[in-house]
Design a protein around this ligand. Structure first.
Ligand code: FES
Length: 355
């Protein structure tokens, strides 16, 4: 490869190319850092300051991770905001430092590079080495030890937050997805959002669920007398597992599995709302086709066929909650789900549920 440095102004080599005149490069204007050693030193310090700011961001990420542990809802926000701020400052500092370095200190002469073969002959390798040497000289990375060392330190510690983020992927769910709050004779209540108090509970009667309707439902034992208290955060965990969609379909349209004949009430059926792909809430019910759609990756479940997957990446049907009616006409669960709710995982078949 050959390269020619900018030869300066429109008066350079003007060539005819397919009838067009090559205008050449615009005139090169030297920057203040090219001529003033003081400005050069100032720029160097400014660049190093950005890298140091990046390091502060990384350190803050780690400190904030432990300082604001995930606890109740308000703490989750504080935790996310604090570690997010740390990560943003860490990446922003490196980015701005590098841009500033390129704009103020690295040689800005324009060059022409002729096209060349990709094959890496010995000669090419020697040239590549030469270019690297040239880049080393032009960027001044060898002699600008302050910039070099702060950049190396900033880049070296920037991946540390990833260790903490990966740590959050664990631990394995254990048996947490095998059991939910649903149990024998637990009433199905309308989900009004958040965690209800006892007075806010609205147990559903079978007569309220008309054909074509759909309800978001929670178990009646998901109550929290102080919705902002200690236990509210864990109640949200329980709600996430126990969320259910209740729908009523004309019984003649349901293809009922003989083993589940008594799992519904006159066309009223209940299924876990947690997508079996990666756990988004399946919240879109198309009552003409009786399809449930997960908005995250478009998995589609057919309610008339026990929520079998008919489209999308989910690999198993939504778990069905067996329901019946009590003596007062309220809808109640017959038991917990008979299989784990939520995303499929390796140990899913390793034990029976507690139901
Ligand atoms: S989480 Fe539902 S399709 Fe991916």
């Amino acid at each position: 490869m050959t390269s020619k440095e900018h030869s300066g102004g429109h008066g350079g080599q003007l060539e005819e190319l397919n009838g067009f005149e090559n205008p050449g490069f615009a005139e090169h204007k030297p920057r203040i850092t090219d001529s003033s050693p003081a400005a050069e030193r100032t720029a160097e310090r400014q660049i190093a300051a950005w890298f140091i700011l990046s390091m502060i961001g990384t350190v803050w990420f780690i400190v904030a991770y432990f300082l604001f542990p995930v606890g109740e809802t308000a703490q989750v926000r504080l935790h996310t905001m604090s570690v997010g701020l740390g990560a943003a400052v860490a990446l922003f500092g490196i980015g701005i430092g590098i841009i500033l370095w390129a704009r103020t200190l690295i040689t800005d002469a324009e060059v022409v590079e002729d096209r060349h073969d990709i094959a890496g002959s010995e000669e090419d390798q020697a040239i590549a080495l030469e270019i690297l040497e040239q880049a080393k000289d032009e960027s001044g990375i060898a002699r600008r030890s302050l910039i070099r060392n702060t950049l190396i330190a900033a880049v070296a510690i920037a991946p540390l937050p990833a260790i903490l983020v990966f740590r959050d992927l664990g631990p394995l769910p254990g048996d947490k997805l095998f059991n939910t709050l649903w149990d024998t004779n637990v009433r199905l209540c309308k989900d009004i959002g958040g965690i209800p108090t006892r007075e806010q509970l609205h147990p559903l009667k079978a007569s309220e669920v008309t054909i074509g309707s759909a309800f978001h439902v929670i178990p009646e034992n998901l109550v929290q007398d102080d919705p902002h208290g200690e236990g509210a955060f864990h109640a949200l965990d329980e709600k996430a597992k126990a969320a259910v969609l209740l729908m009523r379909i004309d019984p003649s349209e349901l293809n009922t599995d003989p083993e589940r004949e008594d799992w519904g009430v006159d066309g009223i059926v209940a299924y876990s709302k947690i997508c079996t792909h990666v756990g988004c809430p399946v919240a879109l019910y198309e009552h003409q086709t009786h399809h449930l759609l997960c908005p995250c990756h478009q998995s589609t479940f057919d309610v008339t066929n026990h929520c079998k997957v008919i489209f999308g990446p989910a690999k198993r049907p939504l778990p069905q909650l067996p329901i019946s009616v009590d003596s007062e006409g309220y809808l109640v669960a017959q038991s917990d789900f008979t299989e784990p709710v939520g995303p499929t995982f390796w140990e899913i078949n390793t034990r029976e549920t507690g139901a």
